[in-house]
Design a protein around this ligand. Sequence first.
Ligand code: SAM
Length: 272
Amino acid sequence: MHTKKSLGQNFLIDPNIQRKIVDLLDLSLSDTVMEIGPGRGALTSHLVGRVGSLILIELDDDLVCDLQTRWGGRPDVDVRHQDFLDVDLTKITEDLTQLIVLGNIPYNITAPIIFKLLERPRPKDIFLMVQREVADRLVAPAGVTEYGALSVGVRSIAQVNIEFRVPRTAFRPMPRVDSSVVRIKPIQPPPLSVEEEISLRNVTRAVFQWRRKQIQKTLRDHSDLSFPGEFLNNIIRETGWDLKRRPETFNPEEFVRLSKLVQKRLDETSCV
Ligand code: SAM
């Protein structure tokens, strides 16, 4: 069958790896699972009948027809012909915080998919096959080249683990890169308020744009931040940090603390 490169169609053909991925989910008949991009059903066929409710979201017209034919008649399977990025997750199930998400997802939209899944409220657990390099960025410790806004943004609100690597030979057509299965488990309740998360995003975006500069320079001079010296002194007093450090040396916990201080300051200085 013809594959559509534009939809990131690299089908997982190794049955052992298919099983190994689905086993990670530790499923029971009370679970609701959403699969992103089920394709030809490589993972789906291991899910059907093992969960209480299965929602399949596939964009490709032909593949949706096949999925409908195979499983559309079952009351526990809901096949949806949709772009995942347009799905209103709050309407997908009664309690999103109980949803388990699985996807061997198209590589070209990995980051938008992850960020969408991490909007609030968040699913209970997320298992994704991603390009190996993206997985490495997600788990990278502070100080290494792969560490950046993605590492901080995701790890400040979720636990991330690389479950295992998957070689390119497990797919058809064979991609040019290897993959990893990652588990992203959102921390419940969320450790940051909605406002603090926005501050975190603004701060990390700015400081990693200028990742070679001392963090104090970016906090002071970047047009999205422009914090006065008095606030920087306050941060030093509260945390004991050396603000001459580069942003890449700050770990996610330190960014969480920084965003809380930033938000506190914004609350104190905003007009009522
Ligand atoms: N799950 C199958 C497997 O493991 O063999 C297919 C994986 S393939 C890497 C990605 C799948 O996502 C394809 O079936 C593709 O048509 C589908 N897809 C691509 N973009 C999508 C989108 N925006 N929303 C939903 N599905 C999409």
